[in-house]
Design a protein around this ligand. Structure first.
Ligand code: ATP
Length: 229
């Protein structure tokens, strides 16, 4: 969708600002995200067009590692797009993909049009939802119905970044492989240790660290003599 390309461009702009690398604030958020996903009873990974295009293998690997569900969740929902995304994920090893056709029969209150449709076996039932590259209205609506929301969003100022419980400010192509690795590493840890990670995590602090990092980096770049070659 053209809107997906425009959203990707917004992301690239912020990737420049964080130096196109996974920074410490993202590493800390990834640890918290992994702990939440491992402690969840019914974790769901919500997948839109951009996420499916960029990291299909890692969506499938993450779902396998956490024993979670994959659900197609589109801003511009059409049956063709739902099926195309589900089939693409299945080509990458997904056994089941929720949220296609009649499966998306439940609705999230507070949202209108096709954007509110979710699967009763997936997002509606979930305790923890990973919603990468999500729009602000839906993130806020998911919080209001009591979900723990984890997002991956390069823009620390977006409404999604601000509304989520855990915001990984990083490019999804770097963050997802790291999230899968971190889940693998933390999987054998006692639950008390995972709970400790969550208790000590402060998303406001992480967002503020991301903004401070960008400010410092821009100050340094502004002092540096620019050279072409
Ligand atoms: P909001 O509604 O949350 O205020 P928005 O209107 O920008 O923000 P969307 O366009 O639906 O919402 O969300 C896409 C988000 O994903 C944007 O914040 C964008 O910066 C981010 N984004 C785009 N590409 C990537 C990527 N490759 N990795 C991580 N984040 C990305």
């Amino acid at each position: 969708m053209p809107e997906g390309l425009i959203a990707h461009g917004r992301g690239e702009c912020f990737d420049y600002l964080i130096g196109e690398k996974t920074q410490y604030f993202a590493e800390e958020a990834i640890r918290a995200a992994a702990a939440y996903l491992l402690l969840a009873k019914h974790p769901v990974i919500s997948v839109n067009g951009n996420t499916a295009a960029l990291v299909p293998d890692h969506v499938v690997r993450l779902a396998d590692e956490i024993g979670g569900y994959i659900e197609v969740n589109l801003f511009y929902r059409t049956r063709d797009r739902e099926e195309a995304i589900a089939s693409w994920l299945k080509q990458h090893g997904a056994k089941e993909v929720l949220g296609v056709g009649d499966d998306a029969s439940a609705t999230i209150p507070e949202l209108f049009s096709e954007r509110r449709r979710v699967s009763p076996r997936g997002i509606l039932k979930a305790d923890v939802v990973l919603v990468p590259l999500e729009d602000g209205d839906r993130t806020e609506a998911l919080r209001k119905i009591g979900k723990t929301v984890i997002t991956i969003d390069l823009n620390p100022l977006s409404r999604t970044a601000r509304a989520a419980n855990v915001t990984i400010v990083d490019n999804i192509v770097r963050a997802m492989p790291r999230l899968v690795d971190t889940v693998r590493k933390l999987k054998s840890k006692p639950k008390a240790e995972l709970r400790g990670i969550i208790t000590n995590y402060d998303n406001n602090k992480i967002l503020s660290e991301a903004l401070k990092f960008i400010r410092r980096r821009l100050n340094e770049l502004a002092r540096t003599k620019l050279t072409l070659f």
